[in-house]
Design a protein around this ligand. Structure first.
Ligand SMILES: Cc1ncc(COP(=O)(O)O)c(C=O)c1O
Length: 431
């Protein structure tokens, strides 16, 4: 924990240090700066959760009280892993308690909650049928299942993009090695080009042996792909369309029935704020002839059996229901607007700095809460540690897609003051 940064004499004057907040204040023996701790980690029960009236920090103050973030920390790295609110943590703990008190009874109560509440809740939120949702441990597992499930013969080809996460790429490399499936990685520039160019790059790569196209809805760098258009192209060319939704779900409303994809892989422990170890795979009913389970030899299109067999982390899965309740109480549109408000604030602060190049595209090509940029002369990996030390702000690097970029991901629980603190630390970070 790096809550007491000592930037050393001369680097930050006393006023600046105080502006940096609790850590600086503590080091000077002064009471913590209110702005730093505002709404963070209160020990009493949080206020009843209600949809916020607007997008400003004050509108979200009560919501912030639902998070347990370590005081003084600006957690700006939700794209890596999200921060579940109290009610989710409490649900996980209650589930493990129930299983400890009487395991069989606990298991059946939690299984009932998963079947009757969690899966139907997810299906409703993403506009698909309950039997199209299969819970997984994460997006990687879902991506693997959807990729290895596609019916392919040796010599058949799939298209993926150059911006896939390893979790989206590796299953295809596996099939390439094991079965001789051709994997054609199509280069897509970052920042994203216009939709027409993305489509034509993919279309130009289709050969008579191409059978499937797999791509991200939102990439690790926060680029938002024209998912409906790519799925439309796939349908026109009789290709199976497989989407990696790990960075998309929870940031903005998603209607899987209108996206037009055949399968969609989800991480619930990022923007959906569910406990770690949660995700799901959606295989659309009319794709079950082309995508099959990896487990059950007796599966049929009516009973597809995508579910990995064996004992699951029932308390963790049951607690997804609390995350769904949290998100739906606030409203996904409101979450999107708040995430966008914070990243717009970040972008406007970055625009004031010299030597900064924003790599995130315009609204229609960027996710609401994820921003990437380069700062001239700054090594992104070194900057992650330096900024954590200087300002207790947690960010990530994005040294991929040809960039030496920093990624800042702002979720509803962040504040403009935290973004400002990060920007001020960035301004002081060199090398
Ligand atoms: C685009 C993308 N796909 C897949 C994953 C893997 O997600 P999970 O950790 O849920 O397996 C990530 C994780 O960061 C991701 O960013």
């Amino acid at each position: 924990m790096t809550n007491s940064p000592d930037p050393g004499p001369g680097l930050v004057d006393r006023r600046e240090w105080l502006r940096l907040g609790a850590a600086g204040a503590a080091a000077l023996g002064l009471p913590a700066c209110a702005a730093w701790n505002e709404g963070e980690a209160a020990s009493e029960a949080p206020p009843t959760l209600q949809p916020p009236a607007g997008v400003e920090d004050a509108d979200w103050e009560d919501v912030r009280a639902h998070f347990l973030v370590e005081p003084g920390t600006a957690y700006l790295n939700n794209s890596s892993i999200g921060m579940p609110p109290r009610q989710v943590i409490d649900a996980v703990a209650a589930g493990y308690r129930a299983m400890a008190e009487l395991p069989a009874r606990g298991r059946s109560a939690l299984s009932a909650r998963i079947a009757e509440d969690v899966v139907p809740g997810l299906a409703r939120l993403f506009s698909v049928d309950t039997d199209e949702v299969t819970l997984t441990r994460n997006a990687s597992e879902a991506l693997h299942l959807q990729s290895i499930g596609v019916r392919l013969d040796p010599g058949d080809e799939v298209l993926i993009t150059s911006q896939e996460h390893p979790a989206g790429r590796r299953p295809w490399e596996f099939r390439q090695t094991r079965e001789g499936i051709g994997v054609n990685q199509v280069f897509i520039p970052s920042p994203l080009p216009a939709e027409e160019e993305i489509l034509s790059r993919l279309e130009d790569a289709i050969t008579p042996r191409t059978r499937a196209v797999a791509f991200c809805h939102v990439t690790r760098g926060g680029h938002l792909y024209p998912v409906q258009a790519i799925c439309g192209l796939a349908r026109e060319r009789s290709l199976v369309s497989l989407v990696d939704g790990a960075q998309a779900v929870g940031q903005f409303p998603i209607d899987l029935s209108s996206l037009g994809c055949d399968a969609y892989a989800v991480s619930l422990h990022k923007w959906m704020l569910a406990p770690a170890g949660t995700g799901f795979l959606c295989v659309r009913r009319d794709a079950r002839d082309r995508i099959r389970t990896a487990f059950a030899p007796d599966a049929t299109p009516e009973r597809p059996q995508f579910e990995p067999p064996g004992t699951a982390a029932f308390p963790v899965r049951a607690a997804i229901g609390s995350a769904v309740d949290f998100v739906t109480t606030l409203g996904v549109e409101a979450i999107e607007a708040r995430c966008r408000f914070l990243s717009d604030h970040l972008k406007s602060r970055l625009a004031e700095m010299t030597g900064v190049t924003l790599l995130s595209g315009a609204r229609e090509q960027s996710a609401p809460g994820s921003t990437i940029f380069e700062k001239e002369g700054l090594d992104a990996v070194a900057a992650v540690g330096a900024i954590e030390t200087l300002a207790s702000a947690h960010i990530d690097e994005h040294q991929r897609d040809g960039h030496n970029a920093i990624r800042v991901s702002t979720h509803i629980y962040n504040t403009t003051a935290q973004v400002d603190r990060f920007v001020e630390a960035l301004a002081r970070t060199t090398g």
